[in-house]
Design a protein around this ligand. Structure first.
Ligand code: 3HC
Length: 696
């Protein structure tokens, strides 16, 4: 024994090092220290002829311990440990299985031989945390798989399975059955054959596949990847490996790693990594095997696809025969497509499709465990559905509404069993988007909330529990963000200028392009039904104006932009600019040029201000929940960590200062700082450090 996390034993001449550090065998400092001690001991033991490294549990090693990256690395450093491992003069065999990621994959590359079971998932996901493989991956991987492939693996972060790993020569031998028994047998064969250590860094660096291989890698980066400095750092580190002796190149990689570790982008991505592992709310979830979905439109069929893919039996109800047929057809087409694209084999796709049955009346939902209502966004319509669900569904069944803005308590009251009712706000397309806002109503029981959360997890969603209030977290913030861009269009910014500025900031799509995609009439209808919307003739006036002129967005080829048939991106339309100009004149608004900086600042400060109010009111429990909602539901750039993390990056005192600036420049109506912002800024606090309000 060298410590609880690492065990060493001698199996008839083979030294076995077992890493047992649940949940994922991350290479935390005590594990590194114990590993170093273990390999030194085995190196000195004359009875040991070879060494096998094994990870206990479901994972080999999931990488370095991400929690340690907020501080400078503490010895023993992982790259030094791996250099020592590689230098041993007894063969070292990595017994790979399951997840072998980041520093775990680098440990495998520093081992002399690698064998693996078919469940292997090997990869370099550091880029997703804004990092580069910093423990030798950038010098060893290209020597094994070539420069181009190494760059692809490290800049994408996508893991590979056993077949690709074998083809690339990363795995020497595929194991069947027990990983440790197989690796021991492999080690004995090496010993019997007298095979010497085979060090990756002894291999020559391969000749670049093309003289421009590094520039090609740079060109291939997406816009989002380019915004993360680690992408360039990976390419530069491999470029150094191609040009210099490996130890010098490793020093370059170390320097780059440390700079990336300290970058805002990496801190933001690490923040999201931990935020995404949202703790489940208290309460014991009820088992769910059958799900009913009411409404076979785009949202209802998307939810049905997600549920059937997760193995649930689905009854899809629509009282309109044509809508039901169209929904079922959409679902069938989806499962044919996923099979055609190779994402599901024929039998699995057919089985998933067969799990969805259509029905014409709510009576079909009498026996199901949970119902998700996804009908038209109207309180009256939804209340009618819940009145019937309350009578029809079996006692104890959970009744969820997919409303995006309406009062969950008002919907729940209609069911006459509000304790069973919860909001489950999916985002479209529901089988693709990972965000799920789970709305706790006034009477929702902990068990019902826990059931909705567990179901979300089963559907692969990131569930965020929010309080009941207009627009919950996401859409309420969207209204603040949208309000500013609408005002700025009246004040002189064009729709294109707004979208360009926010896309350059990193938003996946500009807000006007999003409006056109969603359909401008959708928001128009919501605003008409919104009884206490701001009494301001400028509020969303541009969007309303476009709808009133028959411009509904992509669906009729005319919205903020003009769309040629089949085109996804629109072109600016002088007619829109003229309409806005005339409206500004009618409202007596003086127009001026508005720069990209102001566009971004007003929109992001509006988001931040509203997010802070949601925290203050307890509609959102944690700043990180707000970040999850905006990064996963609204395309906020991940490398900025979400609006609340961005506020902390700017500094709350600066945020307050700029909000006060706009209060005097634009008037206090929308720019009065939240009381909690003033308090937090005064004591130099960060939103991320504030304890959960627990109020939701
Ligand atoms: N460091 C610290 N904690 C980690 C971790 C890591 N590398 N990987 C996972 N964890 C923690 C999670 O935070 C979670 O903690 P919690 O239970 O307190 O919420 C717990 O382990 C279980 O993780 P998941 O809930 O994600 O479990 P899954 O089974 O769904 O997924 C996984 C397992 C695929 C390993 C996934 O956790 C994962 O992708 N982890 C990150 C892997 C990674 O990015 N590795 C690279 C690290 S950077 C590096 O190695 C740098 C090197 O080059 C020097």
């Amino acid at each position: 024994m060298t410590g609880p996390a690492v065990r060493v034993r001698d199996e008839r001449g083979i030294g076995v090092v077992e890493i047992d550090h649940p949940p994922v065998n991350a290479l935390a400092r005590p594990v590194r220290a114990a590993l170093l001690e273990a390999i030194e001991r085995l190196a000195e033991d004359p009875a040991v002829r070879a060494i096998v490294i094994h990870g206990c549990g479901r994972h080999f090693i999931a990488g370095a311990d991400v929690r340690e990256f907020d501080a400078p690395p503490a010895p023993p450093l992982l790259h030094e440990l791996l250099n020592r491992l590689e230098a041993l003069d007894k063969p070292v065999i990595a017994a790979l299985h399951g997840t072998t990621l980041g520093g775990g994959a680098e440990l495998a590359l520093a081992s002399h031989y690698r064998c693996a079971t078919p469940d292997l998932s090997l990869g370099f996901p550091e880029i997703k945390l804004g990092l580069l493989p910093g423990a030798g991956g950038t010098v060893r991987l290209p020597r094994l798989v070539g420069i181009r492939r190494a760059l692809e693996l490290m800049t994408s972060g996508t893991p590979i399975g056993i077949a690709a790993a074998r083809e690339l020569g990363l795995v020497d031998h595929e194991l069947r059955g027990d990983v440790l028994a197989g690796a021991l047998a492999f080690a004995r064969e090496r010993v019997a054959a007298g095979t010497p250590p085979r060090r990756t860094t002894d291999l020559p660096m391969p000749v670049p596949e093309s003289p421009a291989v590094f520039d090609e890698a740079r060109t291939a980066l997406s816009a989002a990847a380019r915004r993360v400095p680690a992408s360039e750092a990976i390419i530069a580190a491999v470029e150094a490996a191609a040009a210099r002796p490996w130890r010098e190149a490793l020093a370059v990689a170390r320097e780059r790693f440390d700079a990336c570790r300290r970058s805002t982008e990496s801190r933001a991505l690490r923040h999201l990594f931990f935020a995404e592992r949202v703790p489940a709310p208290g309460g014991a979830p009820q088992p769910v095997a059958t799900v009913g979905i009411v409404g076979a439109g785009t949202m209802g069929s998307g939810i049905a696809i997600a549920a059937a893919t997760a193995g649930l039996e689905v009854t899809l109800v629509d009282t309109q025969a044509a809508a039901l047929a169209a929904g079922l057809e959409r679902i069938a087409r989806h499962f044919t497509d996923v099979h055609r694209k190779g994402r599901l084999d024929a039998a699995a796709a057919a089985a998933a499709g067969a799990r969805v049955r259509g029905a014409a009346t709510l009576a079909a939902l009498a026996p199901v465990d949970l119902v998700i209502e996804a009908v038209f966004e109207s309180l009256e319509v939804k209340r009618a559905v819940f009145a019937e669900l309350g009578r029809t569904c079996r006692p104890g069944a959970v009744l969820a509404t997919n409303t995006s803005t309406l009062d969950v308590d008002a919907i729940a009251a209609a069911s006459d069993r509000p304790a069973d009712v919860v909001g489950m706000h999916f985002f479209s397309p529901a089988h693709v988007m990972r965000l799920l806002e789970i709305v706790r109503g006034r009477d929702t029981t902990p068990a019902v909330l826990a059931t909705a959360f567990a179901l979300g997890k089963r559907l692969g969603k990131i569930g965020v529990v929010v309080g009941n209030g207009f627009g919950f977290v996401g859409n309420r913030m969207l209204y603040a963000y949208g309000r500013e861009k609408e005002l700025m269009m009246l004040e002189g910014a064009s729709p294109t200028e707004i979208d360009r500025a926010l896309e350059a900031f990193g938003m996946a799509m500009g807000p006007n392009a999003v409006g056109d995609l969603a359909g401008l009439d959708v928001g128009y209808a919501v605003r008409r039904a919104w009884t206490d919307r701001p009494d301001d003739p400028r509020f969303y006036r541009v969007s309303d104006l476009l709808v009133e002129h028959g411009r509904l967005g992509q669906k009729n080829g005319r919205g903020f932009y003009r769309y040629e048939p089949g085109a996804r991106r629109g072109t600016s339309d002088p007619e829109v600019e003229a309409l806005i100009r005339a409206e500004a004149e009618r409202l007596g608004i003086a127009r001026r040029a508005i720069g990209a900086e102001e566009i971004v600042e007003r929109c992001t400060l509006a988001l931040i201000g509203e997010g802070i109010r949601l925290l203050e009111e307890g509609i959102a429990a944690r700043a990180s929940d707000v970040d999850l909602v905006w990064c996963h539901g609204y395309g906020f750039p991940r490398e900025r960590g979400g609006p609340m993390f961005h506020a902390d990056t700017l500094g709350l005192a600066h945020v307050l200062d700029r909000i006060r600036h706009y209060a005097s420049a634009c008037g206090p109506r929308y720019w009065t700082p939240a009381a909690s912002l003033e308090q937090l800024a005064a004591r130099g606090a960060r939103l991320a450090d504030e304890a959960s309000t627990g109020a939701t």
